[in-house]
Design a protein around this ligand. Structure first.
Ligand SMILES: NC(=O)c1ccc[n+]([C@@H]2O[C@H](COP(=O)([O-])OP(=O)(O)OC[C@H]3O[C@@H](n4cnc5c(N)ncnc54)[C@H](OP(=O)(O)O)[C@@H]3O)[C@@H](O)[C@H]2O)c1
Length: 318
């Protein structure tokens, strides 16, 4: 097997670190392109000496993107944001940035491009996140038709922003858990290691060129069922308070202006739509991956939110 040079843009993020670890284990050479390489030094020990290199790159700067993709066999673009901040907004990151990466990869003669999008990406969506992801997909396809586009549902794993967020919220005394929109929205959480495996296969094999895959776990949960799973895993009993979408939007109007906002108005818009794999979509199984159930993983990292950590008893036995 030949070892490729894979540029991973956004390789220091939540999904990126699992992609880098897996590609390093497979003995590929990895160039991690991020804005702050000094904050990505923890990735270097994932490979042998010199196997993982860090390069300062901003996908909003064409010259730095051209440098990052130069000579690569494959390029993975993992850059994405949940809310605008500073110079980063949905248009500049999800649309112009994704297009810049695809154009630079095509110009450099890169063989494979993997673009991380999201379930629900649709240029006509009400949410700015989902519509910009949809626009980004169109721009990537136009510039690099052989790109593989991966659309995960919510991703779970040690550093995730979803299960951890609600587990943290559940630890705040006297604060009920908000059941936004009544908790009926459906999700299909997918394990970060399965997403990393999908990225690695698309980045190193030609068989998936030009295709779009929707990545979900083996089970669909309502928002209420996810909160129930979190509470069971952290062994806490907590009231759930149904919050209609309009009320959640009013709350998000005030919290959304904070950096790392707990909830933005755009996220409330996203929560109005199910986030599950479409019936006709290509999936993890088409990539040869058997999806991992959330129940077998989330307890391993949500344990830290239990009152007595690993020694806590289940709620009914407490
Ligand atoms: N996590 C999920 O549940 C989920 C679900 C569906 C889809 N996705 C998509 O999957 C992708 C990866 O998600 P993630 O959760 O791993 O994101 P993340 O943790 O926020 O990581 C983002 C990465 O991008 C880098 N970055 C940010 N702005 C950049 C820029 N302008 N130029 C270059 N690098 C930049 C960051 O490093 P620096 O700040 O150092 O540059 C970081 O390495 C995103 O496209 C996201 O939309 C994620």
């Amino acid at each position: 097997m030949t070892r490729d040079l894979v540029t991973v843009i956004g390789g220091s993020g939540f999904i990126g670190r699992y992609v880098v670890r897996l590609l390093a284990k497979q003995k590929h050479r990895i160039r991690v392109a991020v804005r702050h390489p000094n904050e990505a030094l923890f990735l270097k020990p994932m490979g042998d000496v010199g196997q993982v290199q860090l390069l300062p790159t901003n996908i909003r700067n064409a010259a730095s993107v051209a440098r990052a993709v130069d000579g690569a066999d494959a390029v993975v673009n993992l850059v994405g944001i949940l809310q605008p901040s500073g110079h980063e907004d949905f248009q500049s990151v999800h649309v112009n940035g994704a297009e810049a990466v695809a154009k630079a990869a095509a110009a450099a003669g890169v063989r494979r491009l993997v673009q991380l999008s999201a379930i629900g990406a649709d240029r006509n969506a009400e949410s700015a996140y989902a519509s910009s992801k949809g626009e980004g997909e169109i721009a990537v396809r136009a510039a690099f038709p052989a790109a593989t586009i991966l659309r995960p549902s919510i991703v779970f794993g040690d550093e995730d922003g979803f299960f951890n967020r609600f587990a943290r919220l559940a630890c705040i005394p006297r604060l009920p858990l908000p059941l936004i929109g009544g908790g009926k929205t459906r999700f299909q959480p997918v394990y970060v290691c399965d997403v990393a495996e999908a990225v690695a296969r698309a980045a190193t094999q030609d068989a998936f060129a030009g295709q779009t895959f929707e990545l979900g776990g083996p089970k669909v949960y309502s928002f209420r069922e996810i909160l129930e799973l979190v509470l069971a895993e952290i062994r806490r009993d907590k009231m759930m308070l149904p919050v209609p979408f309009f009320a959640a939007k009013i709350g998000a109007f005030f919290t959304g202006i904070l950096p790392n906002a707990p909830l933005t108005m755009d996220q409330v818009e996203l929560l109005k739509h199910d986030n599950v794999v479409s019936p006709d979509a290509r999936t993890l199984r088409d990539l040869g991956i058997d999806p991992t159930p959330a129940e077998s993983i989330v307890g391993t990292y949500l344990e830290r939110y239990r009152k007595q950590g690993q020694f806590s008893k289940p709620v009914e036995a407490a």
